[in-house]
Design a protein around this ligand. Structure first.
Ligand SMILES: [Fe+2]
Length: 216
């Protein structure tokens, strides 16, 4: 007899990675970003209306020459690859005999230095497979309400009188606390933003968009 089935499909993956080299590169990165800001006082021009009270670099940070930045981008690229390997595991296992290798391409990268209470309203990044945020500097007082990153649930169905459908398909955002040396990675279609940070230190982050290619 045919068996009834209920499928649970399309999970959303958000990765959290910790950089073991953070303390070694932090001060140099902050110094480098200060110099960058002096050279490019206006920062990125553009219609990024989601930004509030912050400085944002151009989107080609990965073309800059700085050892600490290169180390950070290498950590970010490895983390992107971990996400791709993990989420595509079933398919990659089938390629095992061909010993596939992968090429992570950073398409855009930038830094943001938030002024006190600076924030970014909900937005997504489009044309890439993975996006990320890396916390270069934030105080110990950061919390889910203070300086965190939030992700909006990708499907929202509001029908309050319909118990059967509305409960499972609605609900809160996913909120991740900002911590120095932590990297969050998510798929490009997730709408996200940052909560204002009220601490004394400026919140500083690096973001990047990447695609992962099967090269062999
Ligand atoms: Fe973003």
């Amino acid at each position: 007899m045919v068996k009834n089935q209920i499928y649970s499909l399309w999970p959303i993956y958000i990765g959290e990675f910790y950089n073991p080299e953070h303390q070694e590169i932090k001060d140099d990165l902050i110094k480098f970003f200060k110099e960058y800001e002096k050279k490019n006082p206006k920062g990125r021009d553009g219609e990024n209306k989601e930004n509030y009270n912050l400085y944002e670099s151009n989107y080609d940070l990965h073309h800059e020459k700085n050892d600490s930045l290169s180390k950070l981008l290498s950590f970010i690229a490895k983390s992107f690859l971990s996400m791709s390997n993990s989420t595509n595991k079933k398919f990659i296992d089938r390629l095992k005999n061909t010993k596939p290798s992968f090429d992570v391409r950073i398409n855009n990268s930038w830094f943001i230095r938030y002024n006190k209470s600076g924030s970014v309203l909900p937005h997504d990044h489009g044309r890439c497979s993975w996006c990320c945020v890396y916390y270069v500097q934030i105080g110990k007082d950061a919390s889910n309400d203070n300086g965190s990153t939030y992700f909006l649930r990708p499907y929202q169905r509001k029908s309050p009188e319909d118990f059967g459908g509305s409960l499972y398909s609605s609900g809160g955002n996913a909120v991740f606390k900002a911590e120095e040396g932590k990297l969050l990675v998510w798929p490009n279609f997730i709408v996200h933003g940052s909560n204002p940070y009220e601490g004394e230190k400026n919140r500083i982050i690096v973001s990047a968009n990447a695609s992962v290619h099967l090269s062999k």
